[in-house]
Design a protein around this ligand. Structure first.
Ligand SMILES: [Ca+2]
Length: 62
């Protein structure tokens, strides 16, 4: 599912943290993870995607 970069079937705060780390170039994502992490579909993984995952994790939308 979208935002689930860990691949455990849910998007949670850990995924948001991983996306933040990836956006800050602290960790590398596979191609599949990058696609999953790109929530807003602008072809890059950045802090806006991390924020969206955080909102997903908090069930604020979707
Ligand atoms: Ca994005």
């Amino acid at each position: 599912m979208k935002g689930d970069v860990k691949g455990d079937g849910k998007a949670d705060i850990t995924d948001a943290t991983l996306i933040r780390m990836n956006a800050a170039k602290l960790t590398a994502f596979s191609e599949v993870q990058s696609e999953t992490a790109d929530i807003n579909g602008d072809d890059k993984v950045d802090v806006s995607d991390a924020s969206l995952v955080q909102r997903l994790a908090a069930k604020l939308f979707y």
